[in-house]
Ligand binder design. Structure first.
Ligand code: ZN
Length: 201
C-alpha cells in the first residue's frame, strides 16, 4: 500500500468485496492499490477500516502487538530449550573434554559435554521488508521489548537474537530455542522470511 485510500461518492452500480451492493451517489472508500475489483469499498463493512483485510492479508501488527509476540516467541523458545536439554541429559554425555597433549596437557579427560557448544540466531536475509523494519524499530527502542537484539548478520542480512531462553552452551539447545521462537513469529507473520542459523563456538 503506497497510495492512501480516499472517500468519494460512487458513480455507478458495483459491488463491495463484502458482498453489499454499491449504488450511484453512495459514500464509498477507494483503495487505489487494492487488487482489481476490490478497490471500491462500501464504507459500512469492516473492510473499509483496514487495507490489509481488503487485500486479504492478516491485520497489521501494532508495535505493542509485535512486542507481545516477541515475548510469546521467547516463552516458546524457553520451553523448547528445556525439552531439548532433557533429551540430551537422558542420552548422556556425547563428548569428552580432553586436556590436549598438543597444547602441553596430559591427555586426560577432564570433563564431559552433552553437545558441542554453539550459538544459534534467527537470520533475516532481507532488511527492507516492512515487517523487518518494524521489528528493528520495536527492538531498538527498548521501551516495548527487553532482552532482544537486532544486529547485522555475519554473512549479510540481519540477525535477531532473543536472550535468556536457554542460558546453556549446548548448540542443539540454542538451536531448538531459536527455531521454536521463529515458528511462533512466523505463525503470526507469514510474510516474514527468516531461518535459524547456528555457529559452533
Ligand atoms: Zn462492504
Amino acid at each position: 500500500m503506497t497510495k492512501a485510500p480516499y472517500e468519494t461518492k460512487a458513480r455507478f452500480h458495483s459491488k463491495c468485496p463484502c458482498g453489499a451492493k454499491i449504488v450511484p451517489g453512495q459514500d464509498i472508500t477507494i483503495y487505489p492499490d487494492a487488487p482489481r475489483g476490490r478497490k471500491a469499498v462500501c464504507g459500512q463493512c469492516e473492510l473499509s477500516a483496514s487495507p490489509e483485510k481488503l487485500a486479504g492479508l492478516p491485520p497489521k501488527l501494532t508495535d505493542t502487538g509485535l512486542a507481545t509476540l516477541l515475548e510469546k516467541a521467547r516463552q516458546a523458545g524457553t520451553v523448547a530449550a528445556k525439552e531439548q536439554l532433557t533429551k540430551l541429559e537422558s542420552s548422556g554425555p556425547q563428548w569428552n573434554i580432553v586436556n590436549d597433549k598438543t597444547f602441553g596437557g596430559d591427555g586426560k579427560v577432564v570433563g564431559q559435554m552433552l553437545d558441542v557448544c554453539g550459538f544459534a540466531s534467527i537470520h533475516i536475509p532481507n532488511g527492507r521488508a516492512g515487517i523487518v523494519r518494524q521489528l528493528k524499530r520495536v527492538i531498538e527502542t527498548k521501551q516495548l521489548v527487553k532482552r532482544a537484539y537486532f544486529h547485522k548478520g555475519y554473512y549479510g542480512g540481519f540477525g535477531l537474537s532473543l536472550f535468556d531462553m536457554t542460558n546453556r552452551q549446548e548448540m542443539s539447545v540454542n538451536e531448538a530455542a531459536e527455531q521454536a521462537a521463529l515458528d511462533t513469529l512466523k505463525a503470526a507473520i507469514p510474510e516474514l522470511k527468516a531461518h535459524v542459523t547456528t555457529r559452533i563456538d
